[in-house]
Design a protein around this ligand. Sequence first.
Ligand code: C2E
Ligand code: MG
Ligand code: MG
Ligand code: MG
Length: 290
Amino acid sequence: NAMYRAKAKGESGYEIFNPEMHARAMQLLNLETDLRRAIADQAFCLRYQPIVDLASGKIIGFESLVRWQHPDRGLVSPDQFIPLAEETGLIIPLSEWIVRSACEQMSLWSRDPTLPADFTMSVNIAAASFQNPRFVHELDQALTQTQLSPSRLKLEVTESVLLENIDSVRETLAQLKQRQIEISLDDFGTGYSSLSYLKQLPIDTLKIDKSFIDSLTEDGDASLVEAIIQIANSLTMTVVAEGVETAMQRSRLQQLGCGAIQGYLISPPMDGAAAENFMRTFQPHDWQHG
Ligand code: C2E
Ligand code: MG
Ligand code: MG
Ligand code: MG
């Protein structure tokens, strides 16, 4: 950030500071201090958003999404602190908390005989966490301690993970595969992953980024969405469309052969109790003929 960059220039670096830069740097520094404390205090919570299969109308999983319960700012969205957590290395302990908490919730649901037995929990994993050499070990520990079957867990990584250290990424993916943990490529289409990697790596699901789904309007251009669905189908990967908000988007996705959808049309992310209630009461026709 600005402050560190200025410092790196030496003593005189401070002279180029203007008041706005100073204010911004102080803000970041305060945020970092708050984030450090929040990790120590475990001041986070998870929300869960359902993912629904288009053909059957069934809930096939939930995605866990982290929130920071900030004393003054209320619930802070991850876009406002995950990048800072990545920059400061705080993402490693934060990720551990997230993985453990998502496993705990999924473990409770998986041991409830009155709930469906065939849905998964998807957890977002930042590139730095995925590339951490201790990642799989920590994951094993979380699974053991929460008594969760690995096959109920799914990990979401972005294409940025595939850009560095491809050999170690391949090795990690193989270890996950051994455990029957599935992998989704998140925000697909916004990154730079090469199609040949896509073919070589054991990726189960492509998630089409919301920015592409937004173009599915009455007279919008569906060609990119169509192309992504075709790529996925030809590589026998499943496809999830993210950020589906309208019945029209849902029906166009269905026509295009998309497997599953996630978005406000079905539900916003919910706390654990609401998500559980949603599972018990969800009726496919609530949205199928919307
Ligand atoms: P993502 O993984 O692509 O998650 C989808 C985001 O879209 C979520 O935002 C979700 O609330 C939002 N969303 C879902 N349906 C709709 C819709 O119909 N309309 C609109 N406008 N938005 C929708 P959220 O929860 O703010 O998360 C933002 C990003 O932060 C995530 O994007 C992910 O990259 C990151 N993130 C969230 N939770 C975690 C986490 O536990 N660990 C890590 N490393 N990153 C996380
Ligand atoms: Mg995600
Ligand atoms: Mg996404
Ligand atoms: Mg995203």
